[in-house]
Design a protein around this ligand. Structure first.
Ligand SMILES: Cc1cc2nc3c(=O)[nH]c(=O)nc-3n(C[C@H](O)[C@H](O)[C@H](O)COP(=O)(O)O)c2cc1C
Length: 359
């Protein structure tokens, strides 16, 4: 039986366990230049030190316009690559694998940072905001309307993801994750509720998935055969006529055939004001469904907060790994604690902290 402390090899990358940290936006680039800061080093570094197998760095703009807010990290400049390199080097000294979530926020871009802002929602141009883009000119409720991307602009989106993946490699990341969840640009293309196009990128499932699959292929070509490519999906819009688990499973299979390796299964984010049935492990059934029906490797995420729960999810085969977001922020050493609770001996306690081991 496979447990959370069993390692996993994904293409050329060895991951020491299956307790991972998902992308967690920090809105901490106060210079607005997309360059990660000391905060990001301490934040991501603490998870690496705390024993996580994989640490996924936050949703990072592939272009300035792809950022959710001006305080997001980016991966379009050489200054960003150099700053990320310091963080990936540190994570590697701690034995963690580190990934970068490549993101374009589409119609949910150009908003005030989640904390420390004088307002919520769309940031006006005179405060540093910008015109957003989307598959169709349909606004996210309460946000400024986006401009529909023209057909001849889509190759630029593909190229921007591929260039970002190349820079992620230069910055020392072990893998990349394409953010196709939470109502951001790629999810906007996937869902019939936000994609009303009548060209080759709208309508049928094949058409709505086309942009994502083109990006998977381009990123795979860019990073070569040894680097894992993850895709994060929202498995449902929780809305009638929207994106759902069946479509997620079908497109995950296609994405695997196009060169993706691992699927990070989340939910929601496309529509405002929907009821999400929150509870312990509430998204685990979606991960299990995608894993069994598409035959792909998945991680579960969402209100996974204790060692026995995490162990049960992996041991029962509902998911190949788990990601813990808020619990990791509360306790960056969660994997060290979980090992103690489950009676597992780890050979990667940070030597500086050996005297803090539980007796
Ligand atoms: C502060 C914060 C920032 C987040 N930023 C991102 C992000 O950058 N990309 C993403 O895909 N999800 C993001 N999420 C969602 C988390 O990755 C995760 O899916 C969610 O918090 C549910 O897991 P949890 O219950 O273990 O926290 C964020 C969540 C929080 C709380």
């Amino acid at each position: 039986m496979t447990g959370i402390f069993d390692p996993l090899d994904i293409r050329g990358v060895h991951v020491r366990n299956r307790l991972w940290v998902p992308a967690l936006c920090q809105y901490s680039v106060f210079e607005r230049d997309g360059v990660p800061t000391d905060w990001h080093l301490a934040h991501l570094g603490s998870f690496a030190r705390g024993g996580a197998g994989l640490v996924m760095a936050e949703a990072t703009g592939i272009t300035p316009e792809g950022r959710i807010s001006p305080h997001d990290t980016g991966i379009w400049s050489t200054a960003q690559v150099a700053a990320w390199r310091r963080i990936t080097d540190f994570a590697h000294t701690q034995g963690a694998a580190v990934g970068l979530q490549l993101a374009h926020a589409g119609r949910k871009a150009s908003v005030w940072p989640e904390w420390g802002s004088p307002a919520k929602g769309t940031m006006p141009a005179d405060q540093g905001g910008w015109q957003t883009v989307a598959p169709s000119a349909v606004a996210f409720e309460g946000y400024a309307p986006p401009r529909a991307l023209a057909l001849d602009e889509l190759p630029d989106v593909v190229a921007a993801f591929a260039a970002a993946a190349r820079r992620a490699m230069d910055a020392g990341f072990d893998l990349v994750e394409l953010h196709a969840a939470h109502g951001y640009l790629l999810h906007q293309f996937l869902s019939p509720l936000s994609n009303h196009r009548d060209d080759a990128y709208g309508g049928t499932l094949e058409n709505r998935a086309r942009l994502l699959l083109e990006i998977v292929r381009a990123v795979r070509a860019e990073v070569g055969g040894a680097v894992p490519v993850f895709v994060r999906f929202s498995a449902t819009d929780y809305s009638d006529g929207g994106w759902d688990a069946e479509q997620t499973a079908v497109v995950a299979g296609w994405a695997r055939d196009a060169g993706a390796d691992f699927f990070d299964i989340s939910s929601g984010g496309l529509m405002a004001g929907v009821r999400i049935p929150l509870g312990p492990g509430y998204q685990v059934p979606f991960a299990e469904f995608v894993r069994t029906s598409a035959g792909v490797d998945v991680n579960a995420v969402g209100l996974i907060t204790d060692a026995a729960q995490a162990q049960q999810i992996v041991e029962s085969g509902q998911a190949d790994a788990v990601m813990l977001g808020r619990e990791s922020m509360r306790d960056p050493h969660f994997p060290l604690r979980a090992a103690h609770e489950l009676g597992v001996e780890l050979d990667y306690w940070p030597p500086q902290y050996l005297r803090a081991r539980w007796p």
